[in-house]
Design a protein around this ligand. Structure first.
Ligand code: 2U9
Length: 357
C-alpha cells in the first residue's frame, strides 16, 4: 500500500500538464484503474481483512484524489503566470473611434439661414408638402395654361375614380406656405419658408426633390430698396464676408412685379471660389415685389400694403458655401470622404453632441 501511494504521489508530482495528470487519474481511479481494481477485489475477501483493506484503500484513494486536485490548481496557476509574462494590455492606448452621423449639410444650411433671417425679424413658417392646386398655383397668379402646371413639370396626386376635382400636387415651391401664413397672420408680416419641394426634373444639376427657402416682408412702405438691403445683409452673414456685391437683373415671375434675378460677384482661382471679389457673376436667387393679385389671394389689401419676396435653392447655396462639387453627393449615404478635401461642412458637432469621428 505504501509503495502504491509513493508511486502515485510521485506520478502526480511529475505530471507536466493537465493531460498527463488526467492519464494518472484514469490509471489509478478510472473505471479500469489500478485502485478501482483493488477495490473491486474487496468483495472476495474475508470480512475482517476486507474491513482493514477497505479502509486503507479508501484513504489511499482520497489522498491520490487530493494530490490530483492540488496539482491541477498548481499547473493552472503556472500556466496563467506563463501567459501573463507574454500577454499584456496597454491601458493607455486610445479607444477605437466609432463612426457617428453628422448633421447633413442641407440641414446645417437651413439652420444657418434661419438664424440669419431671425436676426432681421423673420419667423419661420412651415406647411404641407402635398398641396391643393389653388395654394400651389392659383393663389400665386399662375394661370391654368402656365407651363409649370403641365404634367411634365409637376407631380400630381391621384384622385379616386369619378372624383373630378383638380388633383393635389407635390408643392413645386414653398410659396403656398407663405400664402397660408398671410391668411393666418395678416399684415405686417415677415416670414421665411424653408423646406422640400418637388419638380419633375432629373439631370446632373437637378433632382426631383430639392430644398428651397423663400421669404417675404409685407408692410406699409416696403420697396425694392428694402429687398436689396435684406439680401445683401443675408449674403454677407451667410458667406461670412465683409463685402458682397449683388447684381439685380430684370426678370419675370408670375408672383412678383417687378421681378429680378440676383447674381453675386465671385472669383474662381484654380477651382477655389471666393465670394465678394473677382470678375464673375453667379445667379443665386430670384426676387421681386409681391404681385397685387398674390397679396389679395393671401387676404391682404394691395392698396394698403406692399411686400418683397425672394426664393433660392438651399442645395445650391450649400454647395457654394461648402464646396460640394456635385448634387449627387447629397444622396450618397456616406459623405465623410468629403472631409479629405477639407470641407468644413462636416466638421460640426455630431448628433450625439461630441465631435464626430
Ligand atoms: C409669395 C409671393 C411671392 C418667391 C420668389 C423666386 C422669385 C425665385 C427660384 C429660385 C431658385 C426657385 O429654387 S428655385 O428654383 N425662386 O426665383 N421666388 S420670387 O416669391 C413669392 C413667394 C411667395 C406669397
Amino acid at each position: 500500500m505504501d509503495t502504491l501511494k509513493a508511486r502515485y504521489l510521485a506520478a502526480v508530482a511529475n505530471a507536466a500538464d493537465e493531460a498527463g495528470l488526467e492519464e494518472v487519474r484514469v490509471g489509478a481511479l478510472g473505471k479500469k484503474g489500478e485502485i478501482s481494481g483493488l477495490m473491486a477485489g474487496l468483495g472476495k475477501m474475508e470480512p475482517e481483512a476486507r474491513k482493514a483493506a477497505g479502509a486503507s484503500l479508501n484513504a489511499l484513494k482520497d489522498e491520490i484524489d487530493a494530490a490530483l486536485r492540488a496539482r491541477k490548481v498548481a499547473l493552472g496557476d503556472a500556466a496563467l503566470d506563463e501567459r501573463l509574462k507574454t500577454e499584456w494590455l496597454d491601458v493607455t492606448l486610445p479607444g477605437r473611434p466609432r463612426p457617428r452621423g453628422t448633421i447633413h449639410p442641407v440641414s446645417q444650411v437651413m439652420e444657418e439661414l434661419t438664424a440669419i433671417f431671425a436676426d432681421m425679424g423673420f419667423s419661420v413658417a412651415e406647411g404641407p408638402q402635398v398641396e391643393s392646386d389653388w395654394y400651389n398655383f392659383d393663389a400665386l397668379n399662375i394661370p391654368p395654361e402656365h407651363p409649370a402646371r403641365q404634367e411634365h413639370d409637376t407631380f400630381f396626386m391621384h384622385r379616386a375614380e369619378g372624383d373630378n376635382r383638380p388633383p393635389h400636387v407635390l408643392r413645386t415651391h414653398t410659396s403656398p406656405v407663405q400664402i397660408r401664413a398671410m391668411m393666418d397672420q395678416g399684415a405686417p408680416i415677415r416670414v421665411i419658408a424653408p423646406g422640400r419641394v418637388y419638380r419633375m426634373d432629373m439631370d446632373q444639376t437637378h433632382t426631383p426633390m430639392f430644398h428651397q427657402v423663400e421669404g417675404m416682408a409685407i408692410d406699409r412702405n416696403i420697396s425694392m430698396a428694402n429687398l436689396k438691403w435684406t439680401l445683401e445683409e443675408f449674403c454677407r452673414a451667410f458667406f461670412e464676408v465683409d463685402k458682397v456685391e449683388l447684381r439685380f437683373r430684370a426678370s419675370h415671375f408670375p408672383f412678383t412685379e417687378p421681378s429680378a434675378e440676383v447674381d453675386i460677384r465671385y472669383s474662381n482661382v484654380g477651382g477655389q471660389l471666393k465670394i465678394g471679389e473677382g470678375d464673375k457673376w453667379m445667379e443665386i436667387l430670384g426676387s421681386g415685389m409681391m404681385h397685387p393679385k398674390v397679396l389679395a389671394a393671401g387676404g391682404i389689401d394691395p392698396d394698403q400694403w406692399q411686400g418683397f419676396a425672394f426664393g433660392m435653392g438651399i442645395d445650391r447655396i450649400a454647395m457654394l458655401k461648402y464646396g460640394i462639387p456635385d448634387l449627387r453627393a447629397f444622396f450618397e449615404a456616406d459623405l465623410r470622404w468629403l472631409r479629405h478635401y477639407g470641407f468644413s461642412a462636416l466638421d460640426v458637432p455630431d448628433l450625439a453632441g461630441g465631435l464626430s469621428a
